[in-house]
Design a protein around this ligand. Structure first.
Ligand code: ADP
Length: 195
């Protein structure tokens, strides 16, 4: 059973690593950011609500985000485990995830903290803006997303660390190398191996 969280600043490479780990461990990677973007694109009610926050680099309200994740984690494909990318990001989301897991009599196995310094993440995000044109990849919004991450999400790492769950991984370097670091650390520190 592998139940992981991936935490790190915007641009640290969470989405990229989530895809690699999803394949290696045979578990779904669940990205709240991707789910919101999908809803925005399809102009659903949720998408309409989420868009105004996302465009400004602010977090979507906890109530919406928590309902979405509770629903996603009730689907059958998470029975063998899951990797959450970009959730929880607030103290209230941590509380909700604890409640969801308790309701399912399950627990987290590891919290993977992906690090990258600010210059590097800004450089990556501006690069991505040029390639993909994501609405929230403009320089002002990027700066706001980094601020919100530092204020609201970085402190959550301490609370997971006090539970002994955090493995800290340097997110700089070639994608495959970073994946290798994560897998090695999971094996060495948490005794968890890919399938
Ligand atoms: P990044 O981490 O690179 O900023 P994401 O794709 O993970 O990008 O998220 C994009 C946006 O989606 C966030 O800036 C936020 O508005 C919204 N979002 C994603 N996950 C959450 C969450 N757990 N809580 C609140 N808002 C979220």
């Amino acid at each position: 059973m592998s139940r992981f969280l991936l935490i790190g600043p915007p641009g640290a490479g969470k989405g990229t690593q989530a895809e690699q780990l999803s394949v290696a461990f045979g578990i779904p990677a669940i990205s709240t950011g991707d789910i919101f973007r999908h809803n925005v694109k399809n102009e659903t009610e949720l998408g309409k609500l989420a868009k105004s926050y996302m465009d400004r680099g602010e977090y979507v309200p906890d109530s919406l985000t928590n309902d979405l994740v509770r629903d996603r984690l009730s689907q059958p494909d998470v029975a063998a485990g899951f990797l959450l990318d970009g959730y929880p990001r607030t103290a209230e989301q941590v509380t909700e995830l604890d409640a969801i897991l308790a309701d399912n009599s399950s627990e987290l196995d590891a919290v993977i903290q992906l690090t990258a310094d600010t210059d590097e993440v800004v450089r990556r995000l501006l690069g991505r803006a040029a390639e993909q044109g994501r609405a929230d990849d403009t320089e002002d919004v990027i700066r706001r997303r980094l601020e919100v991450y530092e204020e609201q999400t970085a402190p959550l790492i301490d609370s997971y660390a006090s539970r002994g769950l955090v493995i800290r991984i340097d997110g700089l370097g070639p994608v495959a190398e970073v994946t290798e670091r994560i897998i090695e650390a999971l094996e060495n520190q948490s005794g968890i191996s890919p399938r």
